[in-house]
Design a protein around this ligand. Structure first.
Ligand code: PEP
Ligand code: MG
Length: 580
């Protein structure tokens, strides 16, 4: 039994079997398969071998003029190797014995054989090593092409262990089959954590070495509440966690009872609790958790898929679907925010030294204006199907905002000229996630209809700490007095101009921060849908006056640690949940 501690990135407890994505050999994942899938794995191998053979035939036939005799002979040797029954028999035998996925079995068999050949004194045999390497790589490539999508096609429930995961992969995987995620890299606000929370998948990130501790196929416990992972648990640990898992599930069911009740403080202040989504399919979860709307639709996830940019009509349909599902409840769609850790194959900034400080979000849109116009057109056209709000990300100053508003006006004009209907009253707001924007929020407040504080980035840029870097995660402090002062400044400046203020960063869904934010005057909290009931429970059990007192006390404190302790003590007195 091995126990590791990391960052509790998505709540819940899962017990399951490890699927390992190895970073050091990313092309060869390793995971356990069930007996009943043996034939399927053998079929996958035969298909990959057939494709590899046909590739080689193509090279031979299509370049017959230019190929030297030697090269032709080599290709013939490769074709023969692909027909070698003894080799494939040994692969099949190993597959049946080890019950691991076929690409891993093939990879291991080839490695063993290459080791043997390279030690041989026979030069001819020695030379076959490179042939074996080439041929097996060809077959593996075909298998792995399948495997890249196979995270999307998983048929058995697994616990995904990996060094790191791209947000685009996280979106593409078959989330119903992922019981939990544990990663070496990542922090609480990395996009993998955000997606895990959206889909209610327990996750522990920032574990540093979990991908080196497991081999695949082990039993594992992932406790996303406490940030603990236990590999090969003993009997006592297993039964303790089974009990904890049951208690957690009961707690979740209990919270769902609050779904139809408003998020209203004891002294009558009504707060809006909304959901964050990345893809339109998440909208059902938002509805089922009793959200008052969608406070952040991260539209860029439409742009992160490998198949390229979505057309205007595809975007229109996605926005319309979400608006219609939410009925009369408002939906804030954020314009494209690619860049940073959200890498789009189609919109690449090239090699940037500091992607997080580079060409991302509104900066991309203001230089790729056709892309921006297309998105705004799709949004405006969809706006007649519900209550849309438009939000610009990463605004850092007034000229940037002016430019974005001008482009939006231009798109409105075009649509009017074409006689296409859209909602003329759409509220337009900005995210406050860059410190310069927070500092000039008084000026910005006069130009827009609402603010939404993006604490994920605001914390990152204020403390100068990468939100996805596990080594510096200890510095990523939502309760840093500097961060709290900026939040307070934004809320006060917005209120002076009669604007309401939302928060859609992960801090808004952190139960530990709820009362402080309430006391600072936040009007709207937007978070992964599953977090809504817990935050609602807290809001319903305090008065605004109590929350203001707590916030007032906290604002006098000098360090995140001091604030954290004070808030935890305060929460412990009121609530029984272990996470405090
Ligand atoms: C934020 O920065 O807080 C935010 C909500 O945006 P994202 O997490 O997508 O960067
Ligand atoms: Mg952001």
């Amino acid at each position: 039994m091995v126990e590791l501690r990391g960052i509790a990135a998505s709540p819940g407890i899962a017990i399951g079997t490890v699927l390992l994505y190895r970073e050091d050999a990313p092309q060869v994942p390793q995971y356990a398969i069930e007996q009943k899938h043996l034939e399927q794995e053998k079929d996958r191998l035969s298909q990959a071998v057939a494709r590899a053979s046909s590739d080689i035939e193509d090279i031979k036939n299509n370049s017959s003029q230019t190929l030297e005799q030697d090269e032709k002979r080599l290709l013939d040797t490769h074709l023969l190797m692909l027909k070698d029954p003894t080799f494939f028999e040994s692969v099949h035998q190993r597959l049946e014995q080890e019950l691991l996925n076929i690409e891993w079995v093939l990879y291991q068999t080839v490695q063993d054989l290459m080791d043997k050949l390279s030690q041989s004194s026979d030069t001819y045999l020695k030379e076959r090593t490179s042939d074996l390497h080439d041929v097996s790589k060809r077959v593996l490539n075909h298998l792995l092409e399948r495997d890249r999508v196979s995270l999307a096609d998983l048929e058995d429930e697994v616990v995904l262990i990996t060094h790191d995961l791209m947000p685009s992969d996280a979106v593409a995987m078959n989330k119903r089959m992922i019981r939990a995620i544990a990663m070496d890299a990542g922090g609480k606000t990395s996009h993998t954590a955000i997606i895990a929370r959206s889909f209610e998948i327990p996750a522990v990130l920032g574990l540093s070495r979990i991908s080196r501790v497991v081999a695949g196929g082990e039993q594992i416990i992932v406790d996303g509440n406490q940030g603990v992972v236990i590999v090969d648990p003993d009997h006592d640990t297993l039964s303790r966690y089974s009990r904890l898992q049951g208690e957690w599930q009961e707690h979740e069911v209990e919270l769902m009872r609050l779904n139809d009740l408003p998020a209203e403080t004891k002294d009558g202040k009504l707060i809006w609790l909304k959901g964050n989504i990345e893809i339109s399919e998440e909208v059902d979860g938002v509805v089922s958790h009793g959200a008052d709307g969608i406070g952040l639709f991260r539209s860029e996830f439409l742009f992160l898929r490998p198949s390229g940019l979505p057309s205007e009509d595809e975007q229109y349909r996605a926005y319309r679907r979400v608006l219609e599902a939410m009925g009369q409840k408002p939906v804030t769609i954020r314009t494209l925010d690619v860049g940073g850790d959200k890498v789009s194959a189609a919109i690449s900034p090239g090699d940037e030294k500091n992607p997080i400080l580079g060409w991302r979000a509104i900066r991309v849109c203001l230089s790729e204006t056709e892309l921006f116009r297309t998105q705004l057109r799709a949004m405006l056209r969809a706006s007649v199907h519900g209550r849309m709000r438009i939000m610009f990300p990463m605004i850092s100053g007034v000229p940037e905002l002016n430019q974005a508003l001008e482009i939006l006006d231009g798109v409105r004009e075009d649509l009017r000229a074409r006689g296409e209907p859209f909602d003329e009253q759409i509220p337009v707001g900005i995210m406050i996630e860059v410190p310069s924007a927070a500092l000039i929020s008084d000026t910005l407040a006069r130009k827009v209809d609402f603010f939404s504080i993006g604490t994920n980035d605001l914390i990152q840029y204020t403390i100068a700490v990468d939100r996805g870097n596990e080594r510096t995660a200890y510095l990523y402090q939502p309760f840093h007095p500097g961060v709290l002062r900026l939040i307070k400044m934004v809320i006060d400046n917005a209120h002076s101009e009669g604007l309401s203020v939302a928060m859609c960063g992960e801090m808004a869904g952190d139960p530990l921060a709820s009362e402080v934010l309430l006391g600072l005057g936040l009007d709207e909290f937007s978070m992964s849908a599953a977090g809504i009931p817990e935050v609602k429970r807290i809001i319903r059990s305090v008065s605004l006056a109590e929350a203001e007192e707590l916030a007032g006390n906290v604002m006098e404190m000098r360090s995140a640690a001091e604030i954290d302790q004070a808030v935890r003590d305060h929460m412990k007195q009121r609530f029984d949940l272990a996470v405090y």
